[in-house]
Ligand binder design. Structure first.
Ligand code: SG7
Ligand code: ZN
Length: 258
């Protein structure tokens, strides 16, 4: 079956290209962002629509590769502006992490890894859903946020970590107890970000993603990150689920400041 990919050995990232041709492409993600080589730009403001709404009945599930957070009820949050043409509708968010706090993010900044990274995935509204959107080069945008260690717990993450404890087994889902707001789990500064064209970081590695990597990290306690490492796949604990960096090739990374 096609779905079996992992992060080690014969199903690990260096083998993805054998079964999924696009994983061997020239515009893959993640990448290292060399801040000395970025092109500074001043893009239009991004509108984060519905990000401060209090959303009920949010689903948290373990898909065997990561934990997914999904919204049931319409309307879904959306984004427009910045480098984007048109509206992009929220599909799901998920996380990538490492065995310990010294690595785990997918993109890197000046070869610095972060212990964890959040991806908020949106599809272009005119394509109606993710399945259709991945057939178009501007089909998806992913808002990426890095985590860095804090001595204090981040209270907004307690609802996520308590849900995680109930989805440690692969292919399990729970509904969150409390209303969930996107803005509560994000950093304060949403104006400074890097943007580039890349791919999904898992098979089928479709080159359809407009990446936005926000510069300001989210601060999280070590104990809170540890809970993610308790999740299990079919092969045991998901100790790490990040893809190594890919060649940047002919691509330019833009850096937005106002
Ligand atoms: C994770 O990363 C999941 C996938 C996601 C993939 O494995 O979040 O999504 C689902 C629904 O399982 O694939 C199409 C898609 O969003 C790659 O997403 S990523 O490039 O943002 N890391
Ligand atoms: Zn991801």
């Amino acid at each position: 079956r096609g779905e079996d990919f992992g992060y080690d050995g014969v199903i690990g990232p260096t083998h993805w290209g054998e079964r999924y041709r696009e994983c061997a492409g020239k515009h893959q993600s993640p990448i290292n962002i060399n801040v000395l080589r970025v092109k500074q730009v001043s893009l239009p403001d991004i509108a984060f629509v519905g990000f401060d709404d209090s959303i009920d009945g949010v689903h948290v599930s373990n898909n065997g590769h990561t934990v997914l957070i999904e919204v049931e009820n319409e309307p879904h949050p959306r984004v427009r502006g910045g480098p984007l043409e048109g509206d992009y509708v929220f599909s799901q968010m998920h996380f990538h992490w490492g065995d310990n706090d010294t690595f785990g993010s997918e993109d890197k900044i000046n070869h610095r890894s972060f212990p964890m990274e959040l991806h908020m995935v949106f599809f272009k509204e005119e394509y109606n859903n993710v399945k259709e959107a991945v057939l178009h080069p501007d089909g998806l945008t992913v808002l990426a946020f890095f985590y860095e260690l804090d001595r204090h717990q981040h209270p907004a993450y307690d609802d996520i970590t308590s849900a995680l404890l109930n989805v440690t087994e692969p292919h399990t889902t729970v509904v969150m107890n409390n209303p969930f707001s996107f803005l509560n789990i994000l950093p304060y500064d949403l104006r400074r970000y890097f943007t580039y064209r890349g791919s999904l970081t898992t098979p089928p590695c479709s080159e359809v993603v407009i990446w936005l990597d926000f510069e300001q990290p989210i601060r999280l306690a070590h104990d809170q990150i540890e809970v993610f490492r308790e999740l299990k796949s079919a092969h045991g604990k998901i100790t790490h689920n990040f893809r190594p960096i890919q060649p940047i090739g002919d691509r330019v990374v833009f850096y937005n400041i106002d």
